[in-house]
Design a protein. Structure first.
Length: 108
């Protein structure tokens, strides 16, 4: 399985979550967000290392307000881990790779 991160939109969000039997980590981000840029390489590495169990997707909050509001994203970066199409964990703020992995490992 590929570990590459894809962008999702309001229109493709639900289909993306339901089309994968792995856990899906959604990165709610924006171009202007410095911490979002800082965690991007961490998420890329995690996507490669955990590709068998985890899919990572990105949702730009400025371009996808419906999904952003639906999940009450008020600060970015916000990472929401979905298991079986349902939110299982929420992480607000940037984390290092090992800390992020330790917070989501129980769901993988």
């Amino acid at each position: 399985m590929s570990g590459s991160i894809v962008n999702v939109t309001d229109q493709s969000f639900d289909e993306t979550l339901l089309s994968d039997d792995r856990a899906v980590l959604v990165d709610f981000w924006a171009e202007w967000c410095t911490p979002c840029k800082a965690i991007a390489p961490i998420l890329e590495a995690l996507a490669e290392d955990e590709a068998e169990k985890l899919r990572i997707v990105k949702l730009n909050i400025d371009e996808n307000l419906d999904t952003t509001r639906r999940f009450d994203v008020l600060s970015i970066p916000t990472l929401i881990l979905f298991k079986d199409g349902q939110p299982a964990a929420r992480i607000v703020g940037a984390r290092g790779k090992s800390q992020l992995l330790s917070e989501i490992k129980v769901y993988l």
